[in-house]
Design a protein around this ligand. Structure first.
Ligand code: NAD
Ligand code: 6OD
Length: 490
């Protein structure tokens, strides 16, 4: 139940101080429509102060801190998250309505893990060095050293708030940068709690700043257009990425973008049927389909098509849409009523485009407080042509279109026929086919017989409209630091 959640005050965190603003907005719990937080929106002057604090910290104790001390601090932050695990869990669940069972296994542990992984990586990485011959025979030593980018703007979405914020914060801090972070207006809470953890861990003032607000004409735009911000790392919609590219152009900032997707799943008749059904159900409906990697287009080889659709339908109808704290709950609401309007407009469009609605397609009725929330039915369609907008555009809800295919080449072609290129998942017991089809996918990450499984040292990002650049392991260090080439004549 959510009745015992009290309204929290989410302040900005600027140069080591929690700061109120003259303007506030309400954060609504999507489970039942109640207000769970009053959020202080940063104006331009507050963003300026955050950037000034971040710039000053680069020259202060943070800039002078030995690598080992920085690494120790990152580990202390991870411990701090774990010590306050329940606070983070409650805050994340109140903002998003996601099941406790999901947030306690995914969002909060990954928040801590991100700091540990990058503490280890930055402690052990090396840089290039070469010995050069010179005409005088004395030679030269040529080596690269890495310097932080400077002040990094981190702009995060609402679907996996702590996970995705820390995925960028941890490597940025590991490389010695300072941060001005803007969490989504929908999920202000865990970024603010993280400021408390940093404060307690002894992270110097100005190193981590949180400014709450929106995109255009608000904190998001104030950060991206700021002349004293040295780089922008962003996760969110492709259209927002395009707007940010325009905003950073006059100040020529480096960008790292993790954007939207319209991901394919391909299921071959030779798959382990039970594993494929379970894996695809999880991939489509986990986090109420609000995962950028979720497959909204499913292609199933014809001999098992009807059976597979029936099995997915049964799983969709068995999902428990419940209060987050209930152990049986495995699907929460969408993030907001506004987002539900968008997803419902696709449910309507699918019908107009001629889809057969296999299951769902509307709003559930509960007869309790949930009727004031942002709940939606898990939904499956068949029967649409590949040209339908429902099959081409990212919906970001608990839904998928399922189509049959006859030949491997046909499945690969349909899967790749999209302007997006984030992720794919292929199910087969034929090892050679798994590699072949997995490699043929035009995506940043291609899963075979699994989904959302990854060593954090490997590259993560999107091809085509799904992103620019890669993060993960050394790829993150490549974005968050700049090599300086030094050549010493001996
Ligand atoms: P969004 O683009 O609407 O917002 C993301 C963030 O950008 C928010 O903090 C928002 O306030 C801010 N913002 C919006 N307009 C801005 C502007 N003009 N300038 C600066 N900041 C601005 O995305 P969302 O709705 O929060 O998240 C869902 C989207 O994110 C989906 O498209 C999903 O696929 C994508 N996503 C991608 C990944 C990935 O790793 N590729 C991960 C998660 C989510
Ligand atoms: O696992 C990650 O590091 C990552 N960036 C996941 C993105 C999920 C998108 O919703």
């Amino acid at each position: 139940m959510t009745a015992n959640i009290k309204v929290a005050e989410r302040k900005c965190y600027i140069n080591g101080q929690f700061v109120r603003s003259g303007r506030q907005f309400a954060k609504i719990n999507p489970v039942d429509g109640t207000v769970v937080a009053q959020v202080h929106e940063a104006d331009r002057a507050m963003v300026d102060a955050a950037v000034r604090g971040a710039r000053a910290a680069l020259k202060g104790p943070w800039g002078r801190m030995a690598l080992q001390a920085r690494v120790d601090l990152l580990r202390k932050i991870a411990e701090g998250i774990e010590k306050r695990f329940d606070d983070f869990l409650q805050a994340e669940v109140a903002d998003t309505g996601k099941p406790v069972s999901l947030a306690s296994h995914l969002d909060i542990p990954r928040g801590a893990a991100n700091f540990r992984v990058f503490a280890d990586i930055v402690r052990t990485y090396g840089t290039e060095s070469y010995h050069l011959d010179t005409p005088d025979g004395k030679g030269a030593v040529n080596y690269a050293m890495r310097k932080p980018l400077g002040v990094v703007g981190v702009i995060a979405p609402w679907n996996l708030p702590l996970l995705l914020l820390t995925w960028k914060l941890a490597p940025a801090l590991a490389c010695g940068n300072t941060i001005v972070a803007k969490p989504s207006e929908e999920t202000p809470s865990t970024a603010t709690l993280l400021a408390e953890v940093m404060h307690e861990a002894g992270v110097p003032a100005g190193v981590y700043n949180v400014v709450h607000g929106f995109g255009p004409d608000s904190a998001g735009e104030f950060i991206t257009a700021h002349p004293d911000v040295n780089g922008i790392t962003f996760t969110g919609e492709t259209a927002t990425g395009a707007a940010i590219m325009k905003a950073v152009a006059p100040t020529v900032k480096p960008i790292s973008f993790e954007l939207g997707g319209k991901n394919p799943g391909i299921v071959f008749a030779d798959c382990d049927f039970e594993a494929a059904v379970a894996g695809m159900s999880n991939a489509i409906f986990s986090n109420t389909g609000q995962v950028c990697l979720a497959p909204e287009r499913v292609y199933v080889e014809r001999p098992i098509f009807e059976r597979f659709v029936a099995a997915l339908k049964a799983n969709a109808e068995a999902l428990v849409l419940g209060f987050p704290q209930d152990k049986a709950t495995n699907m929460g609401p969408l993030i907001s009523r506004q987002h539900r309007e968008k997803v419902l407009s696709y449910y309507e469009l699918a019908r107009k485009e001629g889809a057969k609605v296999v299951t769902g397609g509307g709003v559930p009725k509960f007869g309790d407080a949930r009727d004031s929330g942002a709940w939606i039915q898990p939904t499956l369609w068949t029967g649409l042509p590949e040209t339908a907008r429902t099959v081409r555009e990212e919906i970001f809800g608990p839904c998928a279109h399922i189509a049959p295919f006859d030949r491997e080449e046909e499945a690969v072609e349909m899967a790749n026929n999209t302007p997006y290129g984030l992720a794919s998942t292929v199910w087969t017991t034929n090892l050679a086919r798994g590699h072949r089809v997995g490699q043929a996918m035009e995506v940043g990450i291609s899963w075979v017989n699994c989904w959302f499984l990854r060593d954090l040292r490997t590259p993560f990002g999107g091809a085509k409209l799904s992103g620019i650049g890669r993060e993960g392991g050394l790829h993150s260090l490549n974005f968050y630091s700049e090599p300086t080439n030094i050549c010493v004549k001996l």
